[in-house]
Write a protein that binds this ligand. Structure first.
Ligand code: NAP
Length: 291
């Protein structure tokens, strides 16, 4: 019988996961279908369990359900328990196992990016304090960075992050509005985890508009565009600052999910090709991914 996989989110139509996960199953000769599943956030507490009844073998989780998935799985494994966020669920012996592959996806893609951009800087800025910021902070810690400043719009969320990372003395947390005053004459690697829909004005990325190019060593944006570049990437491109969008991270977190479900190495090149085919505006994607 055909195995059934997918991704839950709201909205989820924009997701690229179906195209590259299906390509992975096909390339490995696995008889499986991977589909997008849009859950109503008001009913998701209950409807998420339908996936078990329907015999879904495994699924990815995107906004806004990663914390819900963390609460609903039978067993949380690995780094997911530390950051309380599950983006990959696997049905094993009738029970849901919950994993987080965002941290590894970030570390892999960000390490490649930093090596390629070869811009020296010891200081890192994380824009945002949501679920993906927690994954990024965990990833940066595993990479051994020694200076990170987090900036976020709402102070409340900054403070809750402060509680979680209070033992990490190399992390400072601030309000987003104070970013310019906090730069301190140093050069910074900037990692953007702010939601893309927060910046509806095309071509403008307010969090960085007041910042001098000379303070910025590189920009890594977790978001990505299906039709064109993100506002954060446009900011960096215009100023000649090395940049990456979130597509490499998306690919590597997805490859790891595939490996959790199937137990075999992910066909990363085939997955990257499928991703590139779905994004005609990104002609450079295969070179950037180096797979
Ligand atoms: N490439 C990948 O593989 C990958 C993986 C994970 C996530 N992502 C992307 O990362 C982004 C964030 O995801 P998430 O899970 O961290 O979301 P989240 O938990 O909802 O956090 C969203 C962040 O955006 C900020 N924000 C929202 N609206 C804003 C506004 N109008 N002005 C200023 N800040 C605003 C929030 O600040 P407040 O706290 O003040 O609300 C918060 O810091 C999404 O675009 C997602 O697609 C990509």
């Amino acid at each position: 019988m055909k195995a059934f996989f997918g991704i839950i989110g709201h909205p989820v139509e924009h997701s690229l996961s179906p195209c590259f996960q299906q390509a992975a199953f096909d390339a490995c000769g696995i008889d499986a279908a991977y589909v997008p599943m849009n859950l109503d956030p008001l009913r998701a507490e209950d409807t998420i369990f339908c996936l078990k009844e329907l015999g879904v073998s495994g699924f990815n989780v995107t906004l806004p359900f990663k914390e819900l998935a963390y609460r609903k799985v039978d067993q949380v494994l690995g780094i997911a328990s530390k950051i309380r966020s599950v983006n990959t669920v696997f049905l094993k012996d009738g029970k849901w196992e919950g994993y987080n592959t965002d941290v590894s996806g970030f570390v892999k893609s960000y390490s490649v990016f930093l090596e390629k951009s070869s811009e020296p800087a010891d200081h890192f800025i994380v824009l945002g304090a949501g679920g993906s910021a927690r994954a990024v902070l965990e990833g940066l810690a595993s990479m051994g960075v020694s200076s990170v400043s987090v900036f976020n719009r709402s102070l409340e969320r900054v403070q809750s992050l402060l509680k979680e990372f209070s033992s990490e003395k190399y992390i400072t947390l601030n309000e987003l509005s104070k970013i310019k005053a906090s730069l301190d004459g140093k050069r910074w690697h900037i990692i953007n985890t702010l939601s893309r829909n927060a910046f509806p004005v095309q071509g403008a990325f307010p969090p960085l508009e007041t910042i001098e190019k000379s303070s910025v060593a590189s920009v890594f944006d977790l978001s990505y565009g299906r039709e064109g570049e993100t506002e954060c990437v446009a900011w960096a491109k215009k100023r000649g600052v090395p940049f990456s969008d979130g597509l490499p991270m998306l690919l590597f977190q997805g490859a790891l999910s595939f490996e959790i479900w199937t137990g075999i190495p992910a066909p990363v090149k085939e997955m990257a090709k499928a991703m590139a085919k779905a994004l005609p505006y990104r002609k450079d994607l295969m070179d950037q991914l180096s797979v």
